[in-house]
Every structure is written in C-alpha cells, then in structure tokens.
Design a protein around this ligand. Structure first.
Ligand code: GLN
Length: 496
C-alpha cells in the first residue's frame, strides 16, 4: 500500500504524471481505505469497484497514449443525488430504491471527459433536505473526527469520505449550505459556485432556483481544479450562464494583497459558538496580515433569511417532488386504483422530513396563503440580494462563519427541526442571492473538532473567493491535519 489515499488531486496528479503510481493503484488504495474505515464512517451508499478499477485502467492507458485529460485517473466520489448512467441514484430515499440512472448528469459527463474515475456514491439527507445526513433513509454517516457526531449535511457523505481519506475529492450539491456546512464540520474545503456557473442537468432537483453542484476537497487548489472542469454553459440547462470561465488554478495564486474583505456585522453575533467566532476572527486578522484590507459591512435583512429560505425551498420542493409517484421512477406500492397507488407509494417512500417539507411547501403556495408567504419570501429574497450588492460595492469578498456551531452529536437535533433549520443562517443567504462561497478550515476547538470559515463573493467571482481562500490556506496548516481514525489506519496498514 502506498497510502495514495492520503494524496490531494494536485499531489496525485504529479505522481501520476511522473509515473510514480498508476490510477489503478490509487483506486486500489482507496478501496482499501474504505474497507478499513467505512464500516465506522458510513460515507458510501454504493461502490462499484469493478467499474472504478476498469475506468482507472482506461485512464492509465490514455496516459500511456499521451491522451491524459485534465483530471486523468483522479477518482471522485459522487453524491447520490447526481445521475451516473447505469448506477443507482437513490437520493437517500426509499422511493428511489432500485432506480438505475439512464443518463449521465452534465457534471458527470464533464468529469468523464476530463478522465476522472467515478469512485462510488456517497450518502446524503433524503433529497438533500437536512443539515446532518441523519435524514438519509439508509444510514447516518458519522463525522470522521468524532464518530459520535454528525458530518453535517446534506452532502455529509461527500465530506466524510474526503475527511476520512476514502476519497480524494467528491461532488456535493448546495441548495442552502449543503456543500459548505458539511465541509466545515469535517475540516474540508467546500465550494458552492454561483447560480448558473455549473449545469444542474442530471442533478435531482430539490429547489431549482437555489441548487448548485459543488466540489468537496482537501485543498483550495483542488476545488479550483474541479471547478475548472465543471464550470460553463450547458445547452441542457437553460439556467446555466454563458460567461467566460477563467483559469482558476492560475488566478487563485495572485495573493491577498490589494483585496478588501468585508465582515458582515450580522454574521458575528451572539448565539455563535465562541470558539467558532474566535477562530473566524483570528482568520480575518491573518488575512489582514497577508495584505488584505478589512472593513465592517452590514447585511441588514439577515434575520429574515431562514424564513424566506424555508418558504422558497419547500415551495419549489413540493413541485419538484411531485414526479415521484410510483409511475415512472423507483419504488411503487400497488393500490386498488392509481390514486391509492400514488398515496401509498409516497406515504411509504418518503421519510418524515421530506413529507414535512412537501406539506409546508404546498401550504405556502396554496391560494389564500400564497401572497402572505411565498410572495413575501420572494420580496425578502430581493432585499437580501440588494444587501449583498451594496456590500460588494465596497469589497471583493466577505468573510463569515459557515455555521454557528461545530459538528454536534448524532440525534442531538433530530427532535427539533426548527433548531436544525436555524443552523443554516450563515449559508442560505448565498443561495438566495445566487452568490458563490467557499468554506475552508480555519481552526479546531479545544476538543479537536474542525472549524470552518466561508469566503463569499459576487456572482461569477469564484476566482476572487478562491484567491482569498488559497492565500489563507497557504499561510496556515489546518488543512493538513488528519482525523485520528485516519492516522490509525495509515499505521496499521503500513504494519500489515
Ligand atoms: N440544510 C438546508 C436544508 O435542509 C440546506 C440543504 C441543502 O443545501 N441541500 O434545506
């Protein structure tokens, strides 16, 4: 075993280029790491080792033929919400048990074109609704830093797999924080691209006006490398935008000098875990020391964000999830007539959180309540967007915590959905406003849990936030730490 599972995309690519290892060896090491830790972490829902090894062998052949793509031979784990032709796609739901995707999502197609190897499918909250991965119908993924705690969600499998070194990188989706928050809980880098930057074709829709696919990685340059491949217009998604795609890997190297960073007053408030607050403030001081100018800004409509988000997201979800009726996809529970069949299928197929949201979303859209809830939420959304536009008039990027807490205990919040929703306060705004944001490690609690910060930027300014994040990451070593679980595996595997 060469411990290749510990590499980043960048370090791995260097090794692959030099011929120091093959892609097949990388996949073998990752399969070994899965075997060692996934029984405890539970990040993967399904792994098709044979196909992954065959794709890796193919990648090795391409390299030998001088035809290596931008991500040639790099294995990437895929959130179970993205369609990969011929593979299951459950979205963490019993209603899609047995469903096999007939086509590739555009992001998957692009990964393939770049030569990446699709490693396996990782766990998530059912239909991406949740913040802890406890809403998966199949299992609760554990946080590799402390197995009694949640990995965050909804892309909890994506982040846990990367943190536990059972994946080099993964894809997640972020509707209200689902890439950034689990990345923060697991000590990874998680990028939510601007709305329209990355195609949503083949991403099972939760809330179509908020959803974006984004990478979870161990370093900022790895996130840039993945975005490079994922970004760009797609004729299959009319909301993808035909804006130029910069050379992210180069642009992020420009350093902190000359950048103005805003600190939103509303994101540094009481209620946030003091260790999180202190770590993010220390990170801001570090950015200043690296040459950034820091100023306070205000996003005055922040207190209304959670309410607006949970109205808009559930409204869209109630419409999007109407398609799961037992007729076309996945599971069907027979009834005496179609109406009974629909009812039974949905009653047995959907979990309690998904049902709660369908009910809530249907309610806020119903006649008589539409104006009071849905329409008002849309107006709040505009105000939040305007808040950010004003803030970005003065600064290149904003720095904030990702979540008011670090990873909490499994079961701690499941009894109180509202408490769970409130934890999304610092992430949902970027989705409501269509902005980009990246979460990255900025410290650890005294108890050894990762703390994340986020850098938010204007729409289509990914290179700007990645530049800030990269400069900070270069000056710190938080991202190099590994969970004890991983250390144990490394040594025991070396002995073996
Ligand atoms: N936690 C938020 C929710 O439950 C965000 C989820 C997401 O981004 N997919 O809706």
């Amino acid at each position: 075993m060469g411990n290749l599972h510990l590499e980043t995309i960048e370090s791995l690519q260097a090794k692959l280029r030099e011929g120091a290892c093959s892609s097949v060896e990388v996949v073998q090491d990752l399969l070994g790491a899965m075997e060692a830790v996934d029984g405890q972490v539970g990040a993967y829902l399904s792994v098709d080792a044979e196909t992954a090894l065959a794709e890796a062998a193919e990648a090795d052949r391409r390299r030998a033929d001088g035809k290596a793509g931008a991500l040639n031979g790099v294995p990437v784990a895929i959130k179970d919400v993205l369609n990969v032709k011929g593979q299951p796609c459950t979205c963490g739901s019993k209603i899609l048990e047995g469903f096999v995707s007939p086509y590739d999502a555009t992001v998957v197609k692009r990964l393939r074109e770049a030569g990446a190897v699709l490693l396996g499918r990782v766990n998530m909250d059912e239909f991406a609704m949740g913040s802890s991965t406890e809403n998966s119908a199949f299992r609760t993924t554990r946080n590799p830093w402390d197995l009694s705690r949640v990995p965050g969600g909804s892309s909890g499998g994506s982040a846990a797999a990367v943190a536990a070194r059972e994946a080099i990188a993964s894809l997640g989706s972020d509707t209200g924080g689902s890439v950034r928050q689990p990345a923060a809980f697991c000590g990874c880098v998680g990028l939510k691209p601007s709305y329209g930057r990355v195609s949503r074709y083949g991403l099972t829709a939760y809330a179509s006006s908020l959803d974006q696919v984004g990478p979870v990685t161990r370093t900022v340059s790895d996130a840039a490398a993945l975005l490079q491949v994922l970004a760009g217009a797609d004729p299959m998604d009319s909301t993808s935008v035909d804006a130029p795609v910069p050379d992210y890997r180069e642009e992020i190297k420009l350093g902190m000098e000359g950048l103005t960073l805003g600190l939103p007053a509303e994101y540094f408030v009481e209620g946030t875990d003091p260790e999180v607050d202190a770590a993010v403030r220390a990170a801001v001081a570090q950015c200043e020391a690296l040459g950034a100018t820091v100023r306070e800004v205000s996003l005055p409509h922040t207190p209304y964000a959670i309410a607006a988000y949970y109205i808009i997201a559930t409204a869209e979800a109630s419409a999007n999830l109407a398609r799961f009726d037992g007729v076309r996809y996945g599971r069907r529970v027979e009834g005496q007539d179609p109406i009974e069949m629909y009812g039974r299928t949905r009653a047995e197929g959907f979990g309690p959180e998904v049902k709660r949201r369908i009910v809530l979303g249907t309610y806020v859209l119903s006649s008589g309540y539409y104006d009071a809830y849905y329409l008002r939420a849309q107006k709040v959304r505009t105000l939040i967007r305007d808040d950010f536009a004003a803030a970005f008039g003065d600064c290149h990027a904003l720095i904030a915590p990702v979540s008011p807490t670090v990873a909490y205990g499994v079961g701690e919040k499941t009894g109180d959905p509202l408490q769970m929703y409130l934890g999304d306060i610092f992430t949902v705004t970027a989705n409501l406003a269509g902005l980009c944001g990246v979460a990255l490690p900025c410290g650890f609690t005294a108890g050894g849990l990762p703390i994340g910060m986020q850098v938010l930027g204007p729409a289509f300014a990914e290179e700007q936030i990645l530049r800030v994040a990269h400069a900070y990451e270069e000056a710190t070593d938080w991202h190099t730490r590994r969970p004890a679980l991983v250390e144990e595996t490394v040594s025991s595997r070396q002995e073996g």
